[in-house]
Design a binder for this molecule. Structure first.
Ligand SMILES: Nc1nc2c(c(=O)[nH]1)N[C@H]1C(S)=C(S)[C@@H](COP(=O)(O)OP(=O)(O)OC[C@H]3O[C@@H](n4cnc5c(=O)[nH]c(N)nc54)[C@H](O)[C@@H]3O)O[C@H]1N2
Ligand SMILES: Nc1nc2c(c(=O)[nH]1)N[C@H]1C(S)=C(S)[C@@H](COP(=O)(O)OP(=O)(O)OC[C@H]3O[C@@H](n4cnc5c(=O)[nH]c(N)nc54)[C@H](O)[C@@H]3O)O[C@H]1N2
Ligand code: SF4
Ligand SMILES: [Mo]
Length: 760
């Protein structure tokens, strides 16, 4: 889609309006300047406000697109699986072999033996795992995971407390807040929709006070916050309980809000006052647990209750822990206690979806006979649930998006499920895996166990763009093109009102194809009707667009590369429920905000209590294991990558090197200097990386950004520094993934080198 050439452009240069759609907190406008069929430069949004501007990663995309490391041809494994030895074969040969194995496995073991692992690599509506999922579904189905590594704790809390994941306000509403609490939230790096940072800056200019609660002094803290409260990881529920204690003991709770809109306050109060366990949840009780001074806890509690409207934005990082849902629930309940829900400038902590054209109309009170609400989920291909009997479990009634059922396997347990199958209590014996747009070996917890699991299978297919650690384990590896080489539509990451239309900017390089084209080739080979797959990309995009009420002018969206939807007023979650609770009950069983949740009460499981509680676990700071492994590992999202994508972009590496953040106190007691090569280890594995000494991380905590490429040497030491070599694969009782709950020890690596990492 060519636009007219502005005068300033060099001769022979044209601009194609396209975008970036990795899973990176954004979805942004990129204008590709093309000369002789090649992209020579990117510009971003220069149009009307709000501008959807690309970040440093999108602007560096040429180095990924034109990287010499791109996969160029279909490949077949020749060495041992995982060794990375391949030979080139034709597309016909590759597709024949995949088809043969799919049919063989279906005949010998049934469809449930086929595991489909879709990843987050591409976030457009058309490309990535969508088409392969549909194809395998039509082939008779497959086994797939449930539980998102991103937000399962927040999803659990939202469904338990409010009965929906639509808990967010549009960003512009932050300008109405007097106090904004960034709890484990770092949008300066993780974006969380492109207008977030600018809006936080404007909110500050307008006079709002910003407080950050995070074990790290992040870029968001340094840019936006008036106060930084470092907290010991995994103890947030203790601090939130203590804040609730201060609020109720000083009579600062919003009594009329509690009476009108909530259920279960009295039970929660009993917990806070210690009537349940003899332990009042005072700030003095929380101080040694959280390492936050009691006064700071009490001050923040008073400010949050009194400086209304106040927005408590509870990020997903603290919920990516072994008891993550208790933190998310405690935050949601604190919002209700202070009546900060349903009013401009307030915020209902939770999943935080704001705008979505797929979710129009009012929320309905929940019908106990149809308890599983799948309508509000992230769109995904639905599998046929093969050969597994759904087991009754109230947790599944809270699914709301990732659709937990007993026919699916929790994502963090995939490796264990492959290794142990039905005998280990899983719903299927898995024989092959079909991996699309996922670097699962790198991104799921416990990568060393992942190696054993992938080695044990009969057949492994991977679609990717690079020779990732996962791709090395493929039997057949198919080269896929990037979003610059095909057209797509990208909805926003979490819920801002816009769409990006990605016009194809250049022809596919080498022999690469899209995942959809691959399905066009596979469908006839496995006896699946080609009808859907044989439509043109644009015909399918038009069909998808026609299903969304808010895309009223497809042509304009395509020409401009973006459709911005102007709202008459900011979105405020639960505005209707608060204004008219009779007409608009909350979509929970009781029709109210459930401080004490009925579904959870049904479960009667002390590890998933019906009111939020602070709970420990086997890799908590005070667990016996901490004697051996005294440091808490965080595995946050990197400024320079989208997960493991963009790992091979040198421009980005120049901005910030890979290295572990470690506090000088922890480093010096181990004779570690800045830039030293260090080993971080526990019983699951050992990684070697560089030490970056900084007071920007609290003592006792070490941070390794997720996404660095797993690369074990002959002795099993991961020289790539992949965080998941160290992480734990046991999900929390409520389904949260535990990647921020690993205990580790650190020592200088045997051979030192003098390189100093360029951390921030
Ligand atoms: N640049 C970049 N942006 C991204 C992504 C990316 O890979 N790169 N990924 C995108 C995706 S898919 C997702 S799901 C989101 C993830 O977004 P988040 O989950 O919000 O990101 P994280 O960096 O993991 O965590 C946010 C903050 O939580 C803090 N934290 C960790 N544990 C605790 C704790 O126990 N208590 C407290 N109080 N704080 C804690 C961390 O120090 C960090 O600063 O980011 C999106 N944005
Ligand atoms: N320790 C730890 N682990 C984590 C996290 C954490 O905080 N800590 N965060 C988790 C989170 S929130 C997420 S969302 C996951 C993300 O984990 P993944 O979904 O595995 O995401 P990526 O690592 O970005 O890998 C995506 C792959 O897709 C490929 N790709 C890109 N576009 C396409 C395409 O169009 N087609 C195909 N076939 N391939 C494509 C890329 O080259 C890349 O290899 O990681 C999780 N893992
Ligand atoms: S990496 Fe994400 S935030 Fe950055 S430009 Fe691309 S879509 Fe936008
Ligand atoms: Mo994520």
């Amino acid at each position: 889609m060519k636009t007219s050439q502005p005068e300033a452009l060099d001769k022979g240069v044209s601009i194609i309006n396209t975008g970036c759609c990795h899973d990176c907190g954004g979805r942004c406008v990129l204008k590709a300047h093309i000369k002789e069929g090649k992209i020579i430069r990117f510009e971003s949004d220069t149009g009307e406000s709000p501008q959807i501007r690309a970040c440093l990663r999108g602007r560096a995309y040429r180095q990924r697109l034109y990287s010499p490391d791109r996969l160029k041809y279909p490949l077949r494994r020749v060495g041992q699986r995982g060794q990375g030895k391949f030979e080139r074969l034709t597309w016909d040969e590759a597709l024949d072999q995949i088809a043969e194995n799919l049919k063989r496995i279906k005949t010998s073991y049934g469809n449930s033996a086929i595991l489909f692992l879709p990843g987050a690599g591409n976030q457009g509506l058309l490309h990535g795992p969508i088409a392969p999922g549909m194809l395998l579904q039509q082939f008779g189905g497959f086994t797939r995971p449930w539980a998102s590594p991103s937000y399962e704790g927040a999803l659990f809390a939202s469904m338990a407390t409010y009965g929906t994941i639509r808990t967010g306000h549009s960003r512009d509403d932050l300008l109405n807040s007097r106090l904004i609490i960034l709890w484990g939230w770092n949008p300066a790096n993780t974006i969380w929709d492109p207008e977030t940072s600018l809006t936080l800056a404007k909110a500050r200019e307008k006079g709002a006070r910003l407080v950050a609660v995070d074990p790290r002094f992040t870029d968001s803290v340094s840019t936006f916050a008036d106060q930084w409260i470092p907290i010991r990881p995994g103890t947030d529920a203790a601090m939130l309980s203590a804040m609730a204690y201060v609020i109720i003991s000083e009579g600062l709770e919003d009594q009329s809000f509690l009476e009108k809109y909530t259920q279960g306050f009295e039970r929660y109060k009993d917990y806070l006052l210690g009537k349940e366990d003899g332990e009042p949840k005072t700030p003095q009780w929380a101080e040694p647990i959280t390492k936050v001074p009691a006064k700071a806890i009490a001050d923040l509690a008073r400010a949050y209750a009194l400086q209304k409207p106040a927005a408590l934005i509870a990020g997903w990082g603290p919920a990516r822990t072994a008891m993550g849902e208790q933190y998310s629930r405690s935050a949601a309940v604190l919002c209700a206690l202070t009546g900060n829900i349903g009013l401009p400038g307030g915020y209902a902590a939770g999943f935080m979806r704001a705008y979505s054209s797929r979710e129009t109309g009012h929320l309905q009170k929940k019908d106990p006979n149809r308890p599983i609400d799948k309508s509000q989920g992230i769109p995904s291909a639905n599998p046929v649930e093969n050969g597994a009997r759904p087991r009754p479990n109230s947790l599944y009634k809270l699914s709301g998006g990732t659709n937990a059922t007993s026919a699916r396997i929790h994502q963090s347990q995939i490796w264990d499920a492959i290794l142990r199958g039905r005998a280990g209590g899983y719903p299927a014996d898995l024989k092959m895996v079909y991996i699309v747009a996922s670097n699962c070996l790198n991104q799921y917890p416990n990568s060393n166990r992942g190696v054993q699991a992938l080695r044990s299978l009969e057949f492994v297919v991977v679609h990717d763009q690079f020779m990732t650690p996962t791709a090395r384990f493929a039997d057949i590896l198919l080269p896929v093109n990037t979003f610059m080489e095909r057209s797509d539509i990208a909805p926003p990451w979490l819920g801002s009102p816009y769409y990006i239309y990605l016009n194809k900017a250049v022809d596919p390089l080498y022999e690469t194809k899209s995942d959809l084209e691959i399905c066009r080739g596979l469908a006839p080979r496995i006896g699946v009707s080609p009808d859907f797959f044989d439509q043109s990309d644009e015909a399918i995009l038009r069909m998808f667009a026609s299903q969304r009420k808010d895309i009223d002018d497809f042509e304009a969206m395509k020409t401009r590369g973006v459709l911005k939807i102007h709202l008459s007023e900011p979105i405020v979650a639960f505005k209707d429920q608060i204004a008219d609770p009779q007409r608009y009950p909350f979509p929970t069983l009781s029709g109210k905000i459930e401080i004490d949740c009925d579904h959870l009460a049904e479960m009667n499981n002390p590890r998933i209590p019906s009111i939020p509680k602070y709970l420990g676990h086997s890799e908590h700071y005070d667990a016996p294991l901490a004697q051996k492994y005294p440091l808490q590992l965080l595995t946050t999202h990197s400024k320079t990558r989208t997960h493991s994508t963009l790992e091979k972009v040198d421009w980005l590496k120049e901005l910030e090197g890979q290295g572990a953040w470690i506090n000088p106190l922890d480093a010096l007691s181990r004779s570690i200097k800045n830039g030293d090569r260090i080993d971080i280890f526990n019983d699951r594995g050992r990684i070697r990386t560089l030490a970056y000494l900084t007071e920007r991380i609290m003592p006792g905590v070490i941070n390794v950004c997720e996404g660095a490429w797993y690369s074990p040497d002959e002795e099993g030491v991961d020289l790539g520094g992949c965080a998941n070599t160290l992480t734990h694969d046991q999900p929390s009782p409520g389904g949260a993934q535990p990647m921020n709950s690993a205990l580790v020890q650190v020592e200088r690596a045997p051979v030192q080198n003098s390189h100093v990492p360029s951390g921030t």
